[in-house]
Design a protein around this ligand. Structure first.
Ligand SMILES: Cc1cc2nc3c(=O)[nH]c(=O)nc-3n(C[C@H](O)[C@H](O)[C@H](O)COP(=O)(O)OP(=O)(O)OC[C@H]3O[C@@H](n4cnc5c(N)ncnc54)[C@H](O)[C@@H]3O)c2cc1C
Length: 410
């Protein structure tokens, strides 16, 4: 019987385990996670969970019944501390586990700011359900929240806290918000919504010092010498790949575990997937020149599925169109495809709080970023996946539905 071991407790690991078992139902598939609970979805942690509208256990990644229902054995609260490639086994905090194929899906680690270390009283980072519960508890009774970083997590927490009636001040080191995920105009659209809801911004500014006050509150000092008092701090300063296990085992790692299009690492028996990997992406329309990492849910799920099926004897390549989303107030922000500064850009106005940016190359859409444009983006995603040419001059016209463009031949 083939033994497949999956290390990790996020979507990449869960979908690797489920798909490995589906591909080879006779295999013994074991998922090892250092978290104490059945793997749960992370996106609600900065949204519904913080405002008390849902709990992490409401959203098990494997669905009702969890991984067991899929025939996957789960070891909770078990940390993999080493991969022994010579004996084809992993060392965990509760024993040694042999494998024929291994999938590493250890995800990301939060980027820690030395001035606001993890564990400092009243300072929070957000990655796990335990973090979300602690933040939620501390938000109760908090009047002034300081958010460090105007990226996706920081702004989602800012929106959630604002909804709870908390005063929010966001510090961003870059001159604009969401600089990694959004073009300038879309970013300004989102910023306007935060400002309209009363959120304040200090940017470009970095926090350089923190002083605890006798009443437990904190005073933050910034690069320009200003000071700002707050009751609580949330740091959303990005993530780094949790690749140390793979590096210690001698796998090729370059700020992420390097994998080929089939999710294979430099050891053909070891696969990796999700946030922790770096790979040369290629799909039907464009191909980024360099090796990339993606840090989003859909990628983790799809990449994990491929890794799992290949660990169970498959031969599939990853060719997904990347996609991310973020929810802030009543804005549903969504990106699809690969953005490229060199692409031609067109903007389509949408009614209400909506906007849509499209990038094209050689008469085809290669990337789109929308606010409250879910239906359009679903059609655009199919246009990108199927490599269908479009009338570029018609893209700005709201009267030209994207669904109709799908009927054109690739
Ligand atoms: C608060 C929050 C909100 C988000 N919102 C969105 C969103 O709206 N849209 C979106 O597209 N993406 C969102 N993301 C990003 C998305 O959740 C991640 O990209 C995705 O979870 C990555 O999946 P992964 O399986 O690669 O890694 P992770 O989800 O990071 O999972 C890795 C798991 O492995 C475990 N692990 C690590 N090392 C070991 C070890 N040695 N032994 C055992 N277990 C180990 C970790 O504890 C963790 O459970 C959000 C992320 C967070 C934190």
């Amino acid at each position: 019987m083939r033994q497949i071991v999956v290390v990790g407790g996020g979507p990449a690991a869960v979908w690797a385990a489920i798909e490995a078992k589906r591909k080879d139902s006779s295999a013994l598939v074991t998922l090892v996670t250092d978290e104490a609970c059945e793997p749960y979805e992370k996106p609600p942690l900065s949204k519904a969970v913080l405002v008390g509208k849902s709990s992490p256990e409401d959203a098990p990644i494997a669905g009702p019944g969890g991984l067991a229902k899929h025939g996957v054995a789960v070891r909770l609260d078990s940390r993999c501390t080493a991969i022994d490639r010579a004996s084809r086994s992993i060392v965990t905090t509760d024993g040694i586990l042999p494998y024929d194929s291994l999938v590493v899906a250890t995800g990301s680690l939060m980027r820690e700011l030395p001035v606001l270390p993890i564990g400092m009283p009243r300072v929070h980072y957000l990655r796990t359900e335990a973090h979300a519960r602690a933040i939620k508890d501390d938000l109760f009774g908090c009047k002034r929240l300081a958010v460090i970083g105007a990226g996706l997590i920081g702004l989602e927490v800012a929106a959630s806290a604002t909804g709870l009636g908390i005063e929010v001040l966001v510090f961003e080191v870059a001159p604009r918000i969401m600089a990694r995920a959004c073009d300038e105009e879309t970013g300004s659209f989102i910023l306007a919504e935060h400002l309209a809801r009363g959120v304040k911004f200090e940017m470009p500014t970095a926090v350089t010092g923190v002083f605890s006050q006798p009443d437990g509150s904190l005073v933050l000092q910034t690069t320009d010498g200003d000071t700002h008092a707050c009751d609580l701090v949330l740091v959303g300063a990005g993530v780094t790949p949790d690749d140390s296990l793979a590096a210690a085992a001698g796998l090729v790692v370059q700020d992420g575990i390097v994998v080929d299009s089939q999710c294979r690492t430099s050891d053909p028996r070891i696969f990796a997937a999700g946030d922790v990997t770096r790979f040369a992406a290629g799909y039907v329309t464009t191909q980024p020149q360099s090796m990339i990492r993606l840090e989003n849910w859909l990628h983790a799920q799809e990449h994990g599925g491929i890794a799992g099926r290949n660990a169970a004897g498959g031969n599939e390549s990853y060719a997904a169109v990347p996609s991310f989303w973020s929810e802030q107030y009543d804005l549903y922000i969504q990106g699809v495809g690969w953005s490229d500064q060199a692409a031609k850009r067109v903007r389509r106005s949408l009614p209400g709080k909506g906007t849509l940016l499209l990038e094209t190359k050689a008469g085809k859409i290669t990337y789109a970023l929308g606010i409250n444009a879910q239906r359009d983006l679903a059609a655009i995603r199919r246009l990108i996946e199927r490599n269908i040419p479009v009338d570029v001059d018609a893209l700005a016209d709201p009267a030209k539905p994207f669904n109709a463009m799908l009927k054109a031949k690739a």
